[in-house]
Design a protein around this ligand. Structure first.
Ligand SMILES: Cc1ncc(C[n+]2csc(CCOP(=O)(O)OP(=O)(O)O)c2C)c(N)n1
Ligand SMILES: [Mg+2]
Length: 353
């Protein structure tokens, strides 16, 4: 039984698993995430994005590093601060901005905003809002992989707020008992809405992995290469029968819970302290040291986001008759054991063939 727990993961830069082009790609995806979310925030303020808007400013390394370590056949359960995961799996910036604006070209074709979406053809599962039910979804998928004898892995992200919920413990327990190929990435961003972590748990949450008999690892969540390396190892362990891993990525939510939240409850010094550890700037410094033209990359990303914004703004709203075609996800779903796509039950109920 695994006993290794609360291990602080080493910096991934020296691991040798990332080629220079991979390291550039990681920065590119983080820049895209930041740029798209900044653009979306301004579209939201202009009234072009309905509902609210959630972003992952300051947490880009957690979704980029973890998603990059996963193989195409793996499945990702993506949460509200993990835009880089969608990007890495191949969702285009124009599709994402269309999604936020409720346009027909969005991933859910206008059915939801910036939270519940996932293109299953790309291995992304749309978020279930009850937190942390995605842990149970990922655990269930891992169970299916096990039953079908497939060498695949499921990964889900979730926040510190989730660790006090019953579903967290149920998913961890079942994954541990069955030694399932699942990776749990805890985004410890210091707050669950306005509740700081010292009001949430009395132990370091990574220690909870030991209670369920598997490996727990703490990683600097603002170091994309360290997150990558910890996830790569966790995936290796998962697909070779070594069971689940809990990765606690320590980071900071640098913006409010959502666009409406000015986070007055967060001490300014705490934000300033974390600003010095900005994950994007950190990767930029690394690449500059390798002689890579980071400014050119930034310009290229901005041009890409400008073009995507124009494309998304020019796109139509969904047609009314499209309303019953699926719910939150798009993309070809692979058949489950009974040969039915996961949402075919819904479609039958709605009388859609
Ligand atoms: C069971 C449940 N209770 C409450 C909410 C409302 N809610 C949405 S996000 C959130 C805060 C979650 O904090 P955390 O898990 O730390 O994630 P973070 O937003 O910090 O990334 C809350 C309370 C919910 N979605 N599900
Ligand atoms: Mg949190």
């Amino acid at each position: 039984m695994a006993t290794e727990t609360a291990r602080v993961h080493a910096d991934g830069a020296g691991s040798g698993h990332l080629q220079p082009e991979d390291r550039v790609w990681l920065l590119r995806e983080m820049l895209l995430m930041r740029g798209i979310e900044e653009r979306a925030m301004s579209l939201y303020r202009q009234g072009r994005i309905p509902g609210s808007f959630y972003d992952g400013y300051g947490q880009e390394a957690v979704s980029a590093g973890a998603a990059f370590a996963m193989a195409p056949q793996d499945r990702l359960c993506i949460l509200h601060r993990d835009l880089a995961a969608h990007l890495i799996r191949g969702v285009t910036p124009a599709r994402i901005l269309s999604q936020y604006m409720g346009r027909a070209a969005g991933v859910t074709r206008g059915r939801d905003g910036n939270v519940h979406f996932g293109d299953r053809a790309l291995g992304c599962v749309g978020m279930v809002s009850m937190l942390p039910d995605m842990m149970l979804v990922a655990t269930g998928m891992a169970m299916a992989f096990r039953l079908r004898g497939e060498r695949r892995c499921a990964l889900t992200w979730f926040g510190d707020g989730s660790t006090s919920r019953g579903d967290f413990h149920e998913a961890m327990n079942w994954a541990g008992v069955q030694r399932l190929p699942v990776v749990f990435v805890l985004e410890n961003n210091q707050y669950a809405y306005s509740t700081p972590i010292d009001k949430q748990f009395a132990v370091d949450p990574v220690q909870r992995a030991a209670a369920y008999g598997f490996v727990g690892v703490t990683v600097d969540g603002n170091d994309v290469e360290a997150v990558f390396e910890a996830t790569r190892e966790a995936r290796e362990r998962a697909i070779s029968g070594g069971g689940p891993t809990l990765i606690e990525a320590v980071t900071m939510r640098m913006h409010g819970h959502a666009a409406h939240d000015d986070m007055k409850y967060v001490p300014k010094e705490q934000v300033q302290e974390w600003r010095r550890r900005d994950p994007v700037e950190r990767q930029e410094r690394r690449l500059r040291d390798l002689g890579i033209d980071v400014d050119a990359l930034r310009e290229q990303v901005t041009a890409e986001i400008d073009a995507a914004t124009e494309e998304a703004l020019a796109g139509p709203m969904p047609a009314a008759e499209d309303a019953l075609e699926g719910v939150f996800c798009t993309g070809e779903a692979e058949p489950l054991g009974d040969g039915l796509a996961p949402w075919s039950g819904f479609r039958r109920e709605q009388g859609v063939s």
